[in-house]
Design a protein around this ligand. Structure first.
Ligand SMILES: NC(=O)c1ccc[n+]([C@@H]2O[C@H](COP(=O)([O-])OP(=O)(O)OC[C@H]3O[C@@H](n4cnc5c(N)ncnc54)[C@H](OP(=O)(O)O)[C@@H]3O)[C@@H](O)[C@H]2O)c1
Length: 243
């Protein structure tokens, strides 16, 4: 698929990996829809990082836990910049949930945002993609999906579900739409992440470092440029999954 001037919707594009992915897709000539939830300032910074006239791109706010907000978001994109060719399901939440104290609200929150939202976003954009005969969806999974961390079971299992959804969507939407996932290891840890946890991540990888945003961005670029890869979950984890 020729990416030039096509529309890419990147969820959670006001911060960190989402912002880095948006910047790269802008450099590849795409029109970028920067979705954010609370990071309005970050979304505006992302816009400043994009090449070309700002009017080529769009910033939109939505709480993706609401299916009605997802439908409204996609309608807004289509009306203002045109049909979506690339969807990057990047927005997610991540926090510890010790097994015996995890609440129903925590479980529902993580599954609604990390799994239900990518499902309904994909459902909402895919019919148009199939009709136009092209489209790419990339889901951000996690290396911990296959070997869940006991203190983060709802997060890890929501990401395992997203891995399964990736394969299911690839089958459901072929041959017009390619659906893949990236499973990062530790990349850009949250600022409050304990030093000890970080050194454990480094220790449990083959390449003995944490990832950079650029490592993930390169994987996104590869999956968008390939026309012969679908239904795959690409680990970008310094070898952590095979340690
Ligand atoms: N960083 C890593 O090391 C790592 C490792 C493995 C997997 N991943 C995955 O890679 C992706 C990006 O990671 P990251 O660390 O850059 O993420 P992050 O910093 O935690 O950002 C999460 C994003 O989700 C958005 N979000 C949160 N709640 C939302 C809601 N209710 N509705 C809509 N959007 C909402 C946030 O938007 P606002 O800021 O606008 O509120 C934010 O942009 C995630 O899917 C993550 O699970 C990351």
């Amino acid at each position: 698929m020729d990416l030039q001037d096509k529309v890419a919707l990147i969820t959670g594009a006001g911060v960190r990996l989402g912002q880095a992915i948006a910047q790269k897709l802008g450099q590849l000539g795409m029109r970028i829809v920067i979705h954010y939830h609370h990071s309005e300032k970050g979304a505006k910074q992302t816009l400043k990082l994009l090449p070309g006239d700002e009017s080529r791109h769009l910033i939109l706010q939505a709480d993706l836990k609401e299916v009605s907000a997802i439908k409204e978001l996609v309608r807004n994109v289509e009306e203002n910049v045109g049909p979506i060719s690339v969807l990057i399901n990047n927005a997610a939440d991540f926090f510890p949930t010790p097994f015996f104290s995890t609440t129903e609200d925590e479980w529902d929150h993580l599954f609604e945002l990390n799994l239900k939202a990518p499902f309904f976003l994909s459902q909402t954009v895919a019919a148009e993609m199939k009709k136009r005969g092209e489209g790419k969806i990339i889901n951000m999974v996690d290396v911990s999906a296959d070997r869940p961390w006991v203190g983060f079971l709802p997060y890890c299992t929501s990401k395992a579900g997203l891995g399964s959804l990736t394969i299911g969507l690839a089958r459901a939407l072929a041959p017009e739409v390619q659906v893949n996932a990236i499973a990062p290891g530790t990349v850009l840890p949250p600022p409050d992440h304990a030093e000890m946890d970080l050194s454990a991540s480094v220790e449990r990888s083959l390449l003995k470092r944490i990832g950079l945003a650029e490592d993930i961005v390169q994987a996104v670029e590869y999956l968008l440029k390939s026309d012969f890869v679908t239904g795959t979950i690409l680990p970008v984890d310094g070898g952590r999954s095979v340690y």
